[in-house]
Design a protein around this ligand. Structure first.
Ligand code: HEC
Length: 137
C-alpha cells in the first residue's frame, strides 16, 4: 500500500514538473503579430482565417494554446510551400513540429477561400520580417 502511494505521488509531482515546460514551449512559439495594410484578397483571407483557423492558430496567426503561430520562421515559403498549406487544410496534419496534437482536415474551406487565406498569411509574414529560407532538413 505505502509503495503504491508513493507511485501516485511521483506521478503527480511529475505532472506538475512537466506542465510548465510545455507551457514555456508554447510561449516561445507565440509571437506578437503586426498587421499592416493588406491587399483586397488578403483582407478577405483575414476574415476567413479569423473565422476558421484562429481557433487554434490564434488571431492573425499569432498562435494559441491549441495550435502554433503561422507567422513564424518555420512556415516561411521555402520551408512550407503554398502546396503544404493546401494539403494541411485538405488532409489535416499529423503532429510533428509542436506539442499540440494533430490538425484535423478543415472541410468547410473552399479552394478559393484557401487562396485568399494564403495571400493573407504570406502578406502578414512579410510584414513581420519572415523571409524565404531554402529548405535544409
Ligand atoms: C483544431 C485546431 C486547428 C485548426 C482549426 C487549424 N489548425 Fe492548422 N495546425 C494545427 C496544429 C496543432 C498544427 C501543428 C502540427 C505540428 O506540426 O505538430 C497545425 C499546422 C498547420 C500547418 C503546417 C502544416 C505542415 O505541413 O507542417 C498549416 C499550413 C496550417 N496548420 C494551416 C491551417 C489553416 C490555413 C487553418 C484554417 C483553414 C488551420 N490550420 C486550422 C491545428 C489546427
Amino acid at each position: 500500500m505505502i509503495k503504491n502511494n508513493w507511485g501516485i505521488r511521483i506521478l503527480v509531482t511529475g505532472f506538475f514538473l512537466t506542465s510548465p515546460v510545455v507551457l514555456a514551449e508554447h510561449f516561445n512559439g507565440h509571437v506578437d503579430v503586426k498587421v499592416g495594410a493588406l491587399s483586397e484578397s488578403a483582407q478577405k483571407g483575414q476574415l476567413a482565417f479569423n473565422r476558421t483557423c484562429s481557433e487554434c492558430h490564434g488571431d492573425n496567426g499569432e498562435g494559441s494554446l491549441k495550435g502554433p503561430p503561422l507567422i513564424h520562421a518555420i512556415y516561411n515559403p521555402g520551408h512550407h510551400s503554398n502546396q503544404s498549406f493546401y494539403s494541411a487544410v485538405r488532409n489535416g496534419v499529423q503532429q510533428h513540429h509542436w506539442p499540440y496534437g494533430d490538425m484535423p482536415a478543415q472541410k468547410g474551406i473552399s479552394f478559393s477561400e484557401m487562396s485568399v487565406i494564403l495571400k493573407f498569411v504570406r502578406e502578414v509574414q512579410q510584414q513581420n520580417g519572415i523571409v524565404r529560407l531554402d529548405h535544409e532538413m
